[in-house]
Design a protein around this ligand. Structure first.
Ligand code: FAD
Length: 595
């Protein structure tokens, strides 16, 4: 029973909590709020209704309306879709927090650890339309009135973290800051204790918790062991980010932003910039946010010419190492580029400060980017299973100038939560869950604002509400057996057998197909169904499948867009396309998934 006085205090703390703009203040006011209501963060159904009943201001009610609408999605089964599931999330970046919110709504017990003590990233994230809609539906505007007002489609990383943290806390997620994840602790034989985490500091109470699911959301470095990463090497790409203080004067307000998408093709501008300043850029983006934020991709020759890079070295790591970069020259380079691109309308550019109280300017190498080979994995030791999932930058490193990081990151967070939902279901084996997760992951790197489902309001955890042409069974349970790391080979065999028994009817069909018994008409009908969105494809008879190579390429693209981009190859010669299609069919689809 909460006294009237406690309830009044809680409501006061709530107002301060909603307005707070730093990690420390958010957590401080939250503590005051829940202490007065005698609450502790716990599962959604035991936490949120009590909080909701005691916070009754119009502001609170406006938020509850949003949260209630979200929580009523069928996929959460009224907060009981993942009962008895304990989830540990590493990292309070946007994707860790977004994953925490979803896991909490599913009814899991969610604990998040963040090693930092502050949210200090001024850099600004471009938000795809679905992300804006997603955040609006979570009440972003109630916490940050200026959220995506008018045509604004970006937000500072820090501000985004603040919004998501507040949502997570109000739903009951348990958050611990200044706690770093170190490694997993395996369950021991003959002990009832399951999977735990070794943390820094080692004696932190969370090190005693047991978990069934762990989500690696700790950014590019990815501390969660056991995932292989593949590298994509491209041409040299050096990005510079710079944040200047926004004094919010009228003169500053008048300066127009530069959206990357529109600007990337403006060759005349880049030519003039080069001729006037000797700065040579491939693109530049400017967003006016809490700071004036610029991100640009600079050509190496101009960085050498302007003395930013001291010595030309082949190894990009050494090339951009602090001792080979002149910080003053780098600052001047960014100021000159910012001034030129805003027509010298931003008066007296002054650097904002970064996490380390230094001028907020940085240079990053995007020549090689990383992606995890797999999005999920299961560990089983001494009878205890652990589902491991990567999300955000840990899963797929984004190229900042195009601002895809947060959008693909959010998709991965929703997909991770979908896997957690499957994990709790008795009708699905662990292999089913990771096979589906891998099927969905194959689409992630290809996503753009244009090729996702446009009905953003209908997005749920279910991937098929978001990705058109999704094939949830593109990867089979047998193909992901190597992602099931167990000390009990028999348990894996049992699962494979169970999958085999359940799949018997379709397997016999596939055997039939291997014998070449598929009816031509059936095949043609199937193909025309799959390729109905391709108006350029003529499917008349069986022979037309091989005629111009388009059909084979389009069908591969349909199921595995990561292997072939139909739009890029369709203008090639028929023989080239057929060869390409056969090579891919043989190398990539003729064998089991590469584990
Ligand atoms: P992150 O945002 O990187 O969050 C990871 C979190 O995990 C961090 O808070 C980190 O402190 C925490 N963490 C790490 N290791 C541990 C551990 N062992 N234990 C506990 N916590 C841990 N994208 C752009 O589009 N434009 C930009 O200009 C841009 N600038 C960036 C600048 C920096 C310095 C960084 C790191 C990233 C930047 N990004 C930028 C990328 C963008 O921030 C991410 O795509 C987006 O934030 C989603 O990332 P995430 O949540 O997966 O990871």
């Amino acid at each position: 029973n909460i006294s009237g006085q406690n309830a009044a205090m809680a409501n006061e703390y709530f107002e301060q909590f909603v307005n707070a703009s730093s990690l420390k203040h958010i957590l401080g006011y939250y503590r005051g709020l829940i202490d007065n209501l005698h609450l502790r963060p716990t599962v959604f159904t035991q936490f949120y209704p009590k909080l909701r009943a005691n916070l009754t201001s119009w502001r609170a009610k406006a938020l509850w309306k949003k949260f209630d609408a979200r929580a009523s999605h069928k996929c959460y089964s009224k907060g009981r879709a993942a009962p008895n599931t304990r989830v540990l999330i590493i990292g309070a970046g946007p994707c860790g927090l977004r994953s925490a919110i979803e896991a909490q709504l599913l009814g899991a017990k969610v604990v998040l650890v963040e090693k930092r003590d502050r949210f200090s990233r001024n850099n600004v994230l471009h938000l795809w339309p679905f992300v804006i809609e997603d955040l609006r539906m979570l009440g972003a505007k109630k916490f940050f009135g200026k959220f995506c007002a008018g045509a604004i489609d970006h937000i500072s990383i820090r501000q985004l973290q603040c919004i998501l943290l507040k949502v997570a806390l109000l739903l009951g997620v348990e958050v611990h800051t200044e706690v770093g994840f170190e490694r997993l602790i395996e369950p021991q034989p003959d002990e009832k204790i399951g999977w735990r985490a070794e943390l820094d500091p080692p004696d932190h109470p969370v090190s005693q918790y047991e978990f069934d699911v762990i989500i690696g959301a700790d950014g590019k470095r990815n501390t969660l062991q056991g995932f292989t990463r593949k590298e994509f090497r491209g041409k040299l790409a050096i990005a510079i980010t710079a944040n200047f203080i926004n004094k919010k004067t009228e003169a500053e307000a008048r300066v127009e932003e530069i959206s990357g998408v529109a600007f990337i093709f403006n060759q005349k501008f880049f030519k003039e910039l080069h001729e006037t300043t000797r700065i040579d850029l491939e693109n530049i983006v400017y967003y006016k946010d809490d700071t004036h934020y610029f991100v640009m991709t600079a050509k190496k020759a101009s960085l050498l010419e302007k003395g930013v890079i001291k010595q030309d070295l082949a190894d990009t790591e050494k090339l951009l190492a602090p001792d080979n970069v002149d910080r003053d020259a780098l600052e001047n380079y960014a100021i000159e580029a910012a001034n030129f691109s805003t027509n010298y309308q931003l008066p007296d550019l002054e650097f904002a400060v970064n996490h380390y109280a230094q001028p907020d300017i940085a240079m990053f190498d995007f020549t090689s980017m990383y992606a995890a080979e797999n999005a999920s994995k299961v560990l089983e030791r001494n009878g205890h299973k652990l589902l491991m999932i990567l999300v955000g930058d840990s899963l797929l490193e984004p190229f900042w100038p195009t601002g895809s990081g947060c959008a693909r990151g959010f998709l991965s967070s929703l997909d991770a939560a979908w896997a957690i939902r499957g994990w709790g279901s008795s009708s699905r084996t662990s292999l089913d869950v990771i096979a589906e997760r891998e099927s969905v992951y194959r689409l992630l790197a290809q996503t753009t604002p244009d090729n996702l489902n446009k009905d953003w309001k209908s997005y749920t955890l279910d991937p098929s509400t978001r990705y058109p042409n999704l094939n949830k069974v593109a990867v089979t349970p047998r193909q992901v057996a190597c992602l099931y790391d167990t000390d009990d080979a028999a348990s894996l065999e049992r699962m494979l057998k169970r999958n085999a028994v359940e799949k018997t009817p379709s397997e016999s069909a596939s055997k039939k197909r291997r014998r070449g018994n598929v009816d031509n008409e059936v095949l043609l009908t199937w193909l025309s169904k799959q390729l109905k969105s391709h108006e350029d494809i003529q499917l008349t008879n069986f022979a037309s499948i091989f005629k111009d190579g388009n059909i084979l390429c389009a069908i591969i693209h349909h199921y595995r867009p990561d292997l072939l981009d139909y739009n890029t190859v369709k203008s090639e010669e028929p023989a080239v396309k057929n060869q390409l299609a056969f090579d891919i069919l043989e190398k990539e689809l003729g064998k089991h998934l590469a584990c």
